[in-house]
Design a protein. Structure first.
Length: 179
């Protein structure tokens, strides 16, 4: 769901040593300081020595600078980056079981297909739908399915990486030649 009015979220990408107890220390820091976590996802990176924690925080409850200073005090934190939504790629996964009795099943299936979601399980009166994509797309699907009756819903929380450079490297001129 989108944040309530007046709530301002920031996405932090926190690179940590992949050691037992790191996530507990990060979560404990947020709990002790009263920082509100909107979303949290953690997994190892391509280098098994490190994990990336993606934390979406409510900066109305505490200033972002205070949050990052407190995180840097933790021994296993290697790097913290704030990811601007305009300059990052954000994704999330949602599984949702929705009521789909015979009279409404075709409508539900049509909406699922239009939003490029997948039906991953079928029951007599229900369908389980999967959608991976931008958090706003998940919000849209959730709102469209609400009138049919959402039985269960689980979202993973946001993961994000900075967008890649899109400009070609500039060519430099060396003694009248382009190299």
């Amino acid at each position: 769901m989108p944040p309530p009015a007046g709530i301002r979220h920031h996405t932090l990408s926190v690179l940590v040593e992949n050691k037992a107890g790191v996530l507990t220390r990060v979560a404990s820091l947020f709990a002790r300081r009263g920082f509100n976590i909107y979303s949290l996802a953690v997994a190892p990176t391509d280098d098994e020595r490190f994990s990336r924690i993606t934390i979406v925080v409510d900066v109305e409850s505490s200033p972002l600078e205070q949050i990052t200073k407190q995180l840097f005090k933790l021994v296993n934190v290697v790097k913290i980056s704030e990811l601007d939504p305009a300059e990052s790629v954000e994704r999330e996964l949602m599984l949702m079981t929705v009521k789909a009795p015979a009279g409404a099943r075709s409508q539900v299936i049509e909406m699922v297909q239009v939003l490029e979601a997948k039906i991953v399980d079928v029951g007599h009166d229900q369908l389980t739908v999967e959608l991976a994509g931008h958090p706003a797309a998940l919000d849209d699907l959730e709102e469209l399915m609400r009138p049919y009756g959402i039985v269960e819903l689980q979202r993973t929380g946001r993961v994000a990486l900075p967008k890649l450079e899109r400009q070609a490297p500039r060519l430099r001129t060396v003694k009248g030649k382009v190299s």
